[in-house]
Design a protein around this ligand. Structure first.
Ligand code: MEV
Length: 322
C-alpha cells in the first residue's frame, strides 16, 4: 500500500476544563465533524504538505529539513509528528500529506490533535506497523508537548478512542463512558482563543491565590466524578445543574467572557438543562445540554444573543482508516 486516508473526530470538552491540567479528571466527547488526512509514500526523500484549512499550500522540503529552520505554524504538528514517528519507526523515501477538515480550526474542536493522531495512524498503516491505541497516544502526546509546550492531551484521547471519555492527564486514565448520545447545542462566540495563554493565566492566579484556586479546581474534579455517574443513568437534569456549577467555578477563575456569559445565559433562559463554556474559555464555544423538545428554542436563543450554532452529533467514532 502506498496511499492511505485516515480520519479522526473533533472534540468538545464537557466538564473539567482547566482542572484537568492539575491532575483532576475531565469528561470529553468526540463530535461527528472530522479531520481527514491522506498520506502517500514517495520514492524520493521529500516531505510535501497540503493543509489548506491551516493555510499551508504546496509545502515541499527534503525529509532531512523537517522540523528544522523556520517552520510554518500550520505545518508544525505534522512535521514534529513525523519526526517522532520516525524516531521509533524509521522508513526510507518520503511522504506527501494532505489534510482536509470538516470544521474550522478556529472553533477549538481540536484540529491540531486530530491531525497529529491521523498522521501517526496513517504512517503506521503505510509502513505496516501495528500500533495499539496507547502507543498512538504516547507518540501523539509527545508531539503535542514538543510543539505547544503545554496541554493535558484529552483531545488526543477523544480523537483516538471516540465517544465520551473520562480522562486523567497525561493519559493516566482513558475510560469510555457508555452513553448513546448527548443532546448538545454548540454556540461559537466568534473569538479564537490561545489556549496556552489562558492556561498560563490560571497558573499565574494560582501563584497569587493558591488556596482559593485549589479549592475551585477540586470542586470541578468532584463535579466531573458525579456527572460521570449521572451520564450513565441519563439523569440529564442533574448533569445540566453540574454544568452550571462548573461554569460558576470557571467564572470565579476569571476565564469566562461577557460573550460566553451572554450565550450561556440565553441558553439557560430558553430551557437548557445546563450550559457552560467548553475549553480554555474567553471565546471558542459554549455548550448547552438540552432535551429534544428544547433544542430549537435554545439554538434560536443562542443565535439571538450573537452566537453561531455549530451543528454536531456526539458519539462519533475515533480514528479510522477510510
Ligand atoms: C483547553 O481546551 C482545555 C484546558 O483544560 C487546557 C488543557 O486541558 O490542556 C484549559
Amino acid at each position: 500500500m502506498n496511499t492511505v486516508t485516515v480520519s479522526a473526530p473533533g472534540k468538545l470538552l464537557l466538564l473539567g476544563d482547566h482542572a484537568v491540567v492539575y491532575g483532576y479528571p475531565l469528561l470529553v466527547t468526540s463530535v461527528n465533524q472530522r479531520l481527514h488526512l491522506k498520506a502517500t509514500l514517495l520514492n524520493d526523500a521529500l516531505f510535501q504538505l497540503e493543509a489548506p484549512d491551516v493555510n499551508v499550500h504546496n509545502l515541499s522540503k527534503t525529509m532531512h529539513e523537517i522540523g528544522r529552520g523556520e517552520i510554518i505554524k500550520g505545518a508544525s504538528y505534522i512535521e514534529r509528528g513525523l519526526i517522532n514517528f520516525m524516531l521509533k519507526y524509521p522508513f526510507k523515501g518520503g511522504v506527501k500529506i494532505e489534510t482536509q477538515s470538516e470544521f474550522s480550526s478556529q472553533f477549538g474542536f481540536g484540529s491540531s490533535s486530530a491531525s497529529i493522531v491521523s498522521l501517526i495512524k496513517a504512517m503506521a498503516v503505510l509502513i505496516g506497523v501495528n500500533l495499539d491505541n496507547k502507543e498512538l497516544f504516547d507518540i501523539s502526546y509527545k508531539t503535542l508537548i514538543d510543539v505547544a509546550g503545554i496541554g493535558s492531551g484529552f483531545d488526543l484521547a477523544a480523537a483516538i478512542y471516540g465517544g465520551v471519555i473520562f480522562y486523567i492527564t497525561p493519559g493516566k486514565v482513558i475510560e469510555s463512558v457508555k452513553v448513546e448520545s448527548l443532546s448538545l447545542v454548540v454556540g461559537y462566540t466568534g473569538v479564537k482563543v490561545n489556549t496556552a495563554s489562558v492556561v498560563r493565566e490560571v497558573a499565574e492566579l494560582r501563584t497569587q491565590k493558591k488556596e482559593f484556586v485549589d479549592t475551585q479546581l477540586k470542586l470541578i474534579g468532584e463535579y466531573v466524578q458525579s456527572v460521570k455517574q449521572a451520564i450513565m443513568k441519563k439523569d440529564w437534569a442533574f448533569v445540566g445543574s453540574l454544568m452550571n456549577k462548573n461554569q460558576e467555578v470557571l467564572e470565579r477563575l476569571g476565564v469566562s467572557s461577557p460573550k460566553l456569559d451572554a450565550l450561556i445565559g440565553a441558553a439557560r433562559k430558553a430551557g437548557a438543562y445546563g450550559a457552560k463554556l467548553s475549553g480554555a474559555g474567553r471565546g471558542d464555544c459554549m455548550i448547552a445540554l438540552v432535551s429534544s423538545e428544547k433544542k430549537q428554542l435554545v439554538s434560536e436563543a443562542i443565535t439571538s444573543a450573537g452566537g453561531q450554532i455549530i451543528p454536531i452529533e456526539t458519539n462519533a467514532a475515533g480514528v479510522v482508516v477510510e
